[in-house]
Ligand binder design. Structure first.
Ligand SMILES: Nc1ncnc2c1ncn2[C@@H]1O[C@H](COP(=O)(O)OP(=O)(O)O)[C@@H](O)[C@H]1O
Ligand SMILES: CCCC(=O)OP(=O)(O)O
Length: 354
């Protein structure tokens, strides 16, 4: 039996799970006090705090850390890498602490995986799987429109690839022979075009549809003067935390907006439908990447629980391919499966190197 600890750090919480082979013994989200997190100037500085917090929690839950076989974390903002599992090494942690330019909570995944490995035996491995910077773009996807301002492959790769593989399996197809479009609609959104097992293009949440708290693409003519009124940090905050639905409606909760619509709030309806409209445009755009040869479109993430939103999207994109819906996210299971494949030798974990 293989014992796997899974760690998935988010901006305000850390999801942790413990599995014995595929059996889930614990799967929870521990919330951090925002005042505690605000004390740390950088994400990497939160390391000791989160390690102690999670360790205390696991101790209380009587999870024995000394015989864990693999600790797997959500992979962060590395340089572009191919999909799959990577062993945590010094080069990786150095990049995530000192070199990365994207300060995302997932950067802590590798650091915490290595930290928890120290509590276990010598053979225990620390790894990450399908980090947010998995890059399988084809050459055409890299051209932006301004030399020097590159398009980057960055998004919800772990969940989107897991959902794409599951959809292929559920429809009796082989992932490596399928063409799929996956829309992950959570706090942020990513839409990906999968061509025969590779995500060759994406619509990312700073250049695609708006989400509940991110702006998506903006009209440059309007946005440039806005940027000159504030610091870079403030612009990032507006585009990634205070943009999108929350900027119009004051909430990032799809559940609350659904309630408002039920009570006859026309503005809430307009903005929520506009989000579905933009997501549909993103899916349509990626259908052209696959030359219209799309086997399935899949909608996932927390917002896929909203039948209203999903129906609006289906109405606009069903002419392209059958649309299915897998609400929520399967990151913890995807991380576990990656670790189990590496432990069984079915897959070799790669060595990270710049
Ligand atoms: N049943 C539901 N109806 C509408 N929106 C929902 C529902 N369940 C979750 N959501 C919304 O999904 C969004 C969060 O998605 P999630 O994938 O959990 O995000 P995160 O990226 O933070 O993990 C929130 O706006 C939440 O309100
Ligand atoms: C930075 C790309 C991945 C991402 O946006 O994840 P979250 O929505 O979990 O912040």
């Amino acid at each position: 039996m293989k014992k796997v600890l899974v760690i998935n750090p988010g901006s305000a919480s850390t999801k942790i799970a413990y599995f014995e082979d595929k059996e889930e013994i614990l799967n929870t989200n521990v919330y951090h006090d925002s005042e505690d997190l605000e004390k740390f100037p950088t994400i990497a500085d939160q390391y000791d705090y989160r390690l102690t917090f999670i360790k205390d929690y696991l101790d209380k839950e009587n999870i024995e850390l000394t015989d864990i076989d693999a600790v797997v974390g959500r992979g962060g903002s590395l340089p572009p890498v191919d999909a799959g599992g990577y062993l945590v090494n010094d080069e990786m942690t150095d990049w995530l602490v000192n070199k990365t330019d994207v300060h995302h909570a997932s950067n802590l995944g590798a650091l915490l995986a290595r930290g928890f490995k120290e509590f276990s035996h010598d053979e225990c491995i620390a790894m990450i799987y399908d980090p947010i910077t998995v890059d399988q773009f084809h050459d055409l996807s890299r051209i932006s429109g301004l030399k020097g301002v590159n398009r980057r492959s960055i998004g919800h790769m772990l969940n989107m690839r897991a959902i794409a593989m599951k959809t292929a399996e559920d429809t009796g197809k082989i992932y490596e022979e399928s063409n799929l479009i996956v829309a992950h609609l959570g706090s942020g959104s990513s839409i990906s075009a999968h061509q025969k097992g590779r995500m060759i293009d994406l619509s990312i949440d700073d250049e695609g549809p708006f989400s509940v708290e991110r702006t998506g693409s903006l009209c440059l003519k309007e946005f440039i003067p806005f940027c000159y009124q504030m610091t870079e940090k403030e612009v990032i905050e507006w585009t990634r935390k205070k943009g999108g639905m929350i900027s119009y409606l004051g909430t990032n909760s799809g559940i609350e907006v659904e309630n408002r619509i039920d009570q006859g709030d026309d503005e809430a309806r307009l903005v929520f439908e506009a989000m579905a409209y933009q997501v549909s445009k993103g899916i349509g755009e990626l259908a052209t990447v696959l030359c219209g040869r799309v086997d399935n479109i899949v909608i996932t993430g927390g917002l896929a629980y909203s039948d209203r939103l999903v129906d609006w999207i289906k109405e606009r994109v069903s002419f392209i391919a059958p649309v299915s819906c897998i609400p929520g996210e399967f990151e913890m299971e995807a991380l576990r499966n990656g670790a189990l494949r590496v432990l069984s030798g079915e897959e070799e974990a790669k060595e990270f190197s710049i």
